[in-house]
Design a protein around this ligand. Structure first.
Ligand code: PLP
Length: 403
């Protein structure tokens, strides 16, 4: 008899965003005259940079001409994009990553989730708490998480990131095989220093663990002393895989392009993880569309670079408006200086959902309750800087008025 993957049946369901949508819809239905401002979901609102749009159109024309038409591309992505990524996103920061260690993808989410394919079901996985839920759910689907009860999975190592430890995890007591780290962090908005990351690289090399480093928000780092890539830390090329994305850098959330780095020096059990991932990709993935890779390449042209900086600057100005506005209101605010997320403590000991409801009904601002990202997120709220600038200013004024 057919059996289902029972690991899926253990999943608690998409509680967070479904519940936000439910409460928001119920409020809207009861108050159709109220204009809600949504600073909850981390999706961008500004259009693609003009250089990317131009490249996309040129590539579309190539596809319509027999002499320049492209069929299946290389599984690891076209050389033109991998070379551009290596030259612009690694070499200038002293990270010795070459084009033949890069896999172009359709975004960071798929690779963060699918990377588990090359590791045993028995691997112990560690995540920060609070956390981007994909890391946990993807491992739960593969049977690595154990059982779910009271908001936690029995086999996952949760590493609390709280105000007390500066939202940076301590090395865990139980040694994990796979360690997900994400900086700048979603949801806390905190970036990591090289001094903070170095012990993790040393730990992973010493214990044979692999760090799965999510750098989807690297473009938002404004402090030049902060590492944009884990490979700025010596030894990381022997213990870390890095996931990156054009989604938040260049507005590609709907266009879909990212990349994953697996250095050739990264080996476990005598095997090359690059070779294993190549084997996986060549079986289950047929590449990112040529036109999209051309659009992504345009990010690295002089005009594309300028447009991307302007785009990131636009969102970072929103982040500043949110951060300063909430601080002036007397709130305890984190993030928003090297990241597009602002993480703040609900006042007077209120719970995440309680304060979410107050902001929804009294300020008509949709936020994300921190508890939805893990137990250590309770009592916090996440706001995103990806909204429209005028809406963001108004939302902050409305929140301040409530307080
Ligand atoms: N990683 C983190 C931490 C994210 O917050 C997100 C999206 O919100 C992603 C990855 C997904 O990025 P992509 O759009 O490239 O799939």
């Amino acid at each position: 008899m057919l059996k289902l993957n029972e690991n899926y049946l253990k999943l608690p369901g998409s509680y967070l965003f479904a519940e936000i949508a439910r409460r928001t819809a119920a409020y809207s239905a009861a108050h159709p005259d109220k204009r809600l401002i949504r600073l909850g979901i981390g999706d961008v609102t500004q259009p693609l940079p003009a250089a990317c749009v131009e490249a996309l159109k040129r590539a579309a024309d190539e596809m319509g001409d027999k002499s320049t038409f492209m069929g299946y591309g290389p599984y690891e992505g076209y050389g033109f994009l991998r070379e551009a990524i290596a030259a612009h996103d690694y070499a200038p920061f002293g990270a010795k990553i070459t084009a033949d260690e890069i896999f172009v993808s359709d975004g960071a989410k798929s690779d963060c989730g699918n990377i588990g394919d090359i590791f045993s079901e028995d691997c112990v996985v560690a995540v920060c708490d609070p956390v981007y839920p994909v890391y946990i759910d993807a491992n739960a689907m593969s049977g690595r998480a154990g059982d779910y009860a009271h908001g936690k999975w029995s086999n996952i190592v949760y590493m609390p990131c709280t105000a007390d430890n500066g939202f940076f995890p301590a090395l865990p007591e139980r040694t994990p095989d796979l360690i997900y780290l994400c900086f700048p962090n979603n949801p806390t908005g905190m970036a990591a220093t090289a001094e903070q990351l170095r012990p993790w690289v040393d730990y992973a090399n010493e214990h044979g663990s692999v760090i799965l480093y999510d750098a989807a928000y690297r473009a938002y780092i404004s402090d030049p002393s902060l590492p944009r890539s884990i490979y700025e830390i010596p030894g990381a090329e022997e213990c870390a895989i890095e996931f990156c994305s054009f989604s938040k850098t260049a507005g590609f959330t709907g266009t879909r392009c990212g990349w994953t780095v697996i250095p050739r020096a990264l080996r476990r059990g005598g095997e090359s993880l690059y070779d294993m991932w190549m084997r996986r990709q060549s079986t289950k993935f047929n590449g990112t569309a040529y036109v999209i890779q051309r659009a992504a390449e345009a990010v690295y042209t002089p005009e594309g670079g300028e447009q991307v900086r302007a785009l990131v600057g636009y969102y970072m100005n929103n982040a500043r408006v949110i951060r300063e506005g909430l601080e002036r209101a007397g709130l305890e605010v984190y993030g928003g200086t090297d990241s597009p997320y602002i993480w703040f403590r609900a006042p007077d000991g209120q719970g995440s959902w309680e304060f979410f409801d107050r902001l929804l009904t009294e300020a008509n601002v949709v936020t994300t309750p921190g508890e939805g990202f893990g137990p250590s997120g309770e009592g916090f709220i996440r706001l995103t800087a990806f909204g429209d600038a005028d809406d963001t200013r108004e939302a902050v004024e409305r929140v301040r008025a409530v307080l």
